[in-house]
Design a protein around this ligand. Sequence first.
Ligand code: ZN
Length: 299
Amino acid sequence: MKKNYLCKFCNKQIFYFNLIKSRYSFCKNCNVFVSHNKYFLLNKFNNKDKSYKYFSDILIANYKDPSIWDTNKVFFLKKILKEFKKKINILDIGGGPGLDAIYCSKLKKIKSYDITEFDKKFVKNYNKLEISNSKCFYLDFEKKISLKLQKKYDLILWCNSLFYAKDLNLIANKLRTKLCDKGYLFIKSTSPNIGSVIRMGLTKSPPYIWWSKKLINHFFMKNKFLKIKDYDYKKFSQIDNYFLNFKNLKHGIYSIIGILSLFINSIKLKKIHNYKSFFYGSDFYILFKKNFKNVSRDF
Ligand SMILES: [Zn+2]
């Protein structure tokens, strides 16, 4: 079999398919979708800048009286805080639009709450607010991963932006150096599902790799993280979640294209998913602890 028909993680056979804007592959063994950047016409317009203007606008409008942006993240954070007896330093990767950071930096157990974002203008805007115990650092997974931080953190949060990371092994290795001994890493994401592949491919610059729990566990354990817990906390219908938004014309058009795309591809995609996982998705989290004793495992 040709080399590009084998999964780069497990060497088993992968399956290719085209959606409206890009070409994708799927590995059943790893449960992972990979975007292959074979951009079609619509992808000439990159929405990345626009999405960060959106974040900056939300920050400026709400920073004085921030409400929680990601309720699940803050809910789990408050639970993890109970593990610590002292005040701690937190790094929130992809912490835009920064409202959670401003809100949480005031919590009793938190000494500092820093965030990273991949838009330099957003970083500048956030730091202009001069919050005494919260800074924003530039970190772009698409470019070279260099995070210039002297500080080490007791807890690193990485929520809902794993799919922009191309090399999880390298990132796991880097994150380890930013964690204090016995520090925690909390990861939150959505299990790879065809609905999000279609929906995010339509509206955003397409993510690269929809990492599965299996691969995340593999790369972080290889880099000497100890898994404390992994947990599926929300199951949802992909159609409800991604394709029933008709609140304005743009969303309505995306929803219709998305549903059509899902059904047009359903016969082909049936090969890669059984119908149950085809129409349902779930969110999950994984909690790791930095550990020196753990040895890497074979995949
Ligand atoms: Zn694989």
